[in-house]
Design a protein around this ligand. Sequence first.
Ligand code: AMP
Length: 424
Amino acid sequence: MAAERLRAPRGTFDVLPPDSGRRRWLQALCAEVLERAGFSYVETPVLESTELFARGVGASTDIVRKEMFTFSDKAGRSLTLRPENTAGICRAYIEHGMHKWPQPVRLWYWGPFFRHEAPQAGRYRQFTQVGAETLGSDDPAIDAEAILLLAEILERAGVERLRLRIASLGSPETRQAYAEELRSYLRGREAELAPEVRERLDVNPLRAFDSDHAGTRAVMAAAPRLLDRLAADDVEHFRAVLGLLDAAGLEYEVDTTLVRGLDYYTRTVFEFESAALGAQRGVGGGGRYDRLVAELGGPDTPACGWAAGVERILLAGANGPAKAGPDVVVATATGARDAVARALRLARELRAAGLAAELAEPGRALRRQLRRADRVGARAVAIVGDDLQLKMLDSGAQTPVAGPAEVVRALASGGEGADPGVTA
Ligand code: AMP
């Protein structure tokens, strides 16, 4: 029987060139934007104890109820592949006593996350998030800064037709009183609601705002709004955040129906969408989570952050620069051992001098090595034979050179009298 073809698991994918190059470019862009703003890069484990997410993300959320990849290790401990990173960052903040560091602590991350969802365009079971978290300050400027940094990344990454929605969820107490009010409103119109909304009325009536069901949407359009029920200090915080976004010239829409799929948020929540994407149009979002660190057993630590989907940013139009070919391909005129050793040494010397130097496959005919140099878009080929020759690929001119220093000089001057700075 023929062996079944091995494939990447459902909802996962390989990242191959040239896409991998765009991804590295985006990562460098994120690093630049965030590190200039004082964020330090962190890595936390891809595996965490299941309890962290049950307590941190919220037992009633879709993520915890349906979407986690959970298994037991050999000692019977329940582990979960992280579905998001805010809980993990808070765990690390507590575990390493970061409350003793100068506050606020600003951290950023980039890495794989896992959710057992039905795969479709822009929705995967393993995906990549870039995120930023600021812990230890409740100042509205922190919320505004977080939003502006994500906006900057998305804009510089070329994400088109962006829209920012923002709201405030207030405090858990306000939210609870509001949930009661909403629940009794929804009970009054229960017959019009989708079955899954009805089922979850007791657990979390706020989720009814997320429903696509026409009847439910009509009911929700007339539902009481949390924004109208916020406590005075939460309203003040929200106004301050909006004022700072106004001052920075960032456009937003206050959306009273914005409900994020995670339970830990307090006060500000926001989401960026791109109309350049299909059904899965959320590119990134976040908000404030002032109680999460304390809930996970740490000191009272207000905090705010966001996560954005790397695959969606790339889908929504980020192109990045085209990959440049190597400066020089080092070829060998013969397969003689001595020539190969000299070619290898030359390539290393050229790299040490700062050039991108790629070794052609030495055992091949020179003609094929030259063809490969053309294909990869090299500027020149250094041919190691009895002597050393440099062939410029734009002009085709070939001249003998004394050694690596002369190759470096020829390429630095644009070679063969070509205009420096003008690339083919
Ligand atoms: P969330 O942690 O749910 O707020 O998600 C933050 C961002 O991560 C979203 O806006 C998406 O861009 C991305 N994202 C979330 N889930 C997935 C998924 N299953 N596949 C791809 N991207 C995702």
